[in-house]
Design a protein around this ligand. Structure first.
Ligand code: PDD
Length: 283
């Protein structure tokens, strides 16, 4: 049985209980992080914890915990190795449902783990490209906050599934924002482009690392507006997230991206990425 963390305790998942008045449940009044641990070590943990602070501040929850130790212990109790940790903090619960909240509520803190692949040990051939649809971005105006209010994200993923593809890219006022749970990159004539960071997208930790690796390795990269025409005309399209690293998109709305094969710059970035991971593992 999996061990989870709930409000100060490490307990079996089937013993964990939260109130029906928890605001995370009633209102989606909560934020979260998904953090990969490889061989028991958090990957880009500082960046994830900084973003968590940003999200908590963004919705005025005060939650000062020793996240590093909680997550480290949780990973150990679940056997270490390669795990993705889900951490959710809701504003807490009171004895009734009310839109108004008291400033002194005690947050509900929940964390659990699930196995992930060791991306750092896999080769280019093990990564499958994905097919995507482009659909309207119906999310709120603070997508930089990693809120658990994910209804638009799950609906677009379901739309993708019904269309027989694996990914949904979202567009708002004519500009691509990101995927349902990933950031977006396009490559055109050797230059990597990604939508500008702001309140329309989540500041992805993997996105930041890709931009860092591009910069360190002389690959030109720019944050720009990307419209639908630019997306379809791209030489390569990638998506990125903590659990999937960098993945090539091979088809969009039924049309192949360039020749419909994984591109050379993706292969280079994937190698740089996995090499970075392996170096971290060596410590
Ligand atoms: N999602 N954009 C959105 C909307 C996301 O939900 C995520 C991550 C990302 C990528 O962020 P990062 O590189 O820090 O993982 C971008 C996680 C994995 C999830 O919801 O499961």
């Amino acid at each position: 049985m999996k061990t989870v963390y709930l409000n100060g305790e490490f307990i079996a998942a089937d013993q964990a209980r939260i109130s029906v008045f928890d605001r995370g449940f009633l209102f989606g009044d909560s934020v979260y992080e998904v953090i990969p641990f490889y061989q028991g070590q958090g990957f880009r943990l500082d960046e994830h914890l900084q973003r968590l602070e940003h999200s908590l501040r963004g919705i005025q929850i005060t939650a000062e915990y020793d996240w590093r130790n909680i997550l480290k212990r949780l990973v150990e109790l679940n056997g270490g190795g390669n795990l993705s940790v889900y951490l959710q903090i809701s504003r807490g619960s009171s004895d009734r449902r009310s839109h108004i909240y008291d400033a002194d509520m005690v947050p509900t803190v929940f964390a659990s783990c699930s196995p992930i692949n060791d991306i750092y040990d896999t080769g280019l051939d093990s990564v499958d490209g994905v097919r995507a649809i482009v659909t309207a971005d119906l999310r709120w105006g603070r997508c930089d906050i990693k809120s658990t209010g994910l209804l638009p994200n799950i609906l677009v993923m379901q739309q993708a599934r019904l269309a027989g593809v694996e990914e949904a890219l979202m567009i708002r006022e004519g500009l691509l924002t990101e995927g349902a749970s990933c950031n977006l990159f396009v490559v055109d004539k050797g230059v990597v482009y990604t939508p500008k960071r702001g309140s329309d997208i989540l500041g992805g930790t993997t996105r930041e690392l890709i931009l860092q690796l591009a910069d360190e390795n002389g690959i030109p990269a720019q944050e720009v507006d990307i419209d639908y025409e630019r997306l379809l005309a791209a030489d390569e399209v990638w998506v990125s997230s903590s659990t999937r690293a960098v993945v090539p998109v091979l088809e969009i709305d039924g049309q192949p991206v360039a020749d419909g094969k994984k591109g050379p710059l993706w292969a280079r970035m994937f190698e740089l990425f996995t090499c970075y991971q392996r170096n971290l593992m060596k410590g």
